[in-house]
Design a protein around this ligand. Structure first.
Ligand SMILES: *Cc1c(COP(=O)(O)O)cnc(C)c1O
Length: 398
């Protein structure tokens, strides 16, 4: 195994001074040989490997269809477009998420309606989501914050009752499950990211899964300029003709990237198992410190994209972040609530109509600790020791 290449996530802390970044991809010789085979074939995009990756991915998450796209952001954009979101519509989403979740609604001319999160899981609060529904609402986007699957039973019932599309932003939760059902099969549409900090990587890349053949068809058209046939289908149909039937994008994922995705996917179960072991190590190593991991949900199998702790009230999070960095340990903050970003404050001051005090308060307490499959038990202990020092807590007798 060759584990190398520090991640370059926005906000990550790669570089010589950080020994342990908060995330790092696992790349090995199998990944290289899969990509080398595609290069040798000289067929670099929209070839056979895209479909191979899509069908392997669909199988892995228990969905009928998977459509590969160029990023997790493109996956969210495509999912909302397939759901029929357009100008004048509203899309309900949680305050505690990456900006891309809300931006996807704006790309389509819709209004993101930001609702507050549950105090324990920091995930969308189904009651607040229900209260935010208006005649203009078209979709609800649930975010599996940290890797914990949301309460999809409650959310699916709510969406069904109001005729809305339920979208899972599953960019954190590949490999997770709820009551035995894998993430990717829990919502009408599920969006995944293959950015290097996520569970599996294609460099940049994403996927949307669904059980609905009509939605899958719309996703495929949307990622290819809104053209009814891609060149592959044209060759099969034995015609040079194609027609653009609606506005789409070039959101295709290349064969080269899909070859990496395929070999990464084979390692997914091992990656997730390792992340769960590391989380258990953290739980044990951090016991007694003035902090607690973000709550889990009974019946939900966590995928641990992130291991997020909440610092006790009164602890200066920025100071802890700096002290950890001085110890060579990269930590990160996921996230500044989406409506508090400068763009949203300026352009969409009403995005969070009722304010989001739970998310706004949690923001000052959350810290994501290093979490990636190549970490060792010793690394976890090093993080715990650095945290203990950073928090100014006396080391307990061994
Ligand atoms: C990573 C991520 C995205 C965007 O994925 P990209 O592949 O970086 O475009 C969207 N939502 C969440 C919650 C994410 O973590």
């Amino acid at each position: 195994m060759i584990a190398h290449a520090p991640s370059a996530a926005p906000g990550a802390l790669p570089g010589p001074t950080v020994r342990l970044p908060y995330a790092r991809p696992w790349l090995d010789a199998q990944d290289l040989s899969g990509m080398a085979a595609v290069l040798a074939s000289q067929w670099l995009t929209t070839g056979p490997v895209v479909e191979q990756f899509e069908s392997a991915f669909a199988r892995a998450v228990g969905a009928r269809f998977a459509v590969a796209v160029s990023s997790g952001t493109a996956a969210l954009h495509a999912a909302l477009a397939a759901a029929g979101v357009g100008p004048g519509h509203e899309v309900i989403l949680p305050a505690m998420t990456f900006v891309a979740t809300a931006n996807a609604a704006i790309y389509l001319g819709a209004l993101p309606v930001v609702v507050d999160v549950e105090a324990d899981t920091l995930q969308i609060d189904a009651h607040r989501a229900a209260a935010a529904i208006t005649p203009r609402t078209r979709a609800i986007v649930a975010v599996d914050y940290g890797g914990l699957p949301c309460d999809y039973r409650a959310l699916a019932a709510l969406a069904r009752r109001h005729g809305l599309t339920l979208v899972a932003d599953a960019c954190h939760s590949l490999g997770g499950s709820l009551a035995g059902r894998p993430v990717g099969s829990l919502a009408d549409l599920s969006a995944f990211s293959f950015h290097p900090v996520k569970h599996i990587t294609t460099g940049e890349g994403g996927m949307v899964t669904t059980d609905d053949p009509a939605l899958a068809e719309r996703l495929r058209r949307f990622r290819n300029h809104g053209i009814d046939l891609d060149h592959h289908q044209r060759a099969q149909a034995d015609t040079p003709d194609y027609e653009m039937v609606e506005l789409g994008y070039n959101y295709r994922l290349s064969d080269l990237a899909c070859a990496l995705g395929l070999s990464q996917l084979e390692k997914l179960a091992g990656f997730v198992a390792r992340r769960r072991e590391l989380a258990a190590e953290y739980d044990w190593a951090l016991a007694g410190l003035p902090l607690a991991p973000v709550a889990r949900r009974p019946g939900a199998e966590h995928a641990y994209h992130l291991y997020v702790v909440r610092l006790a009230a009164g602890v200066d999070r920025a100071q802890v972040w700096r002290a950890m960095k001085a110890e060579g340990i990269g930590t990160n903050v996921h996230y500044l609530p989406v409506h508090q970003h400068a763009f949203y404050r300026r352009r969409y001051p009403g995005a969070a109509r009722r304010g989001c005090p739970v998310a706004e308060r949690a923001y000052h307490e959350i810290l994501s600790l290093p979490m990636f499959p190549a970490m060792t038990r010793r690394d976890v202990q090093d993080v715990a020791a650095a945290l203990r020092k950073a928090l100014g807590v006396a080391r307990r007798a061994a």
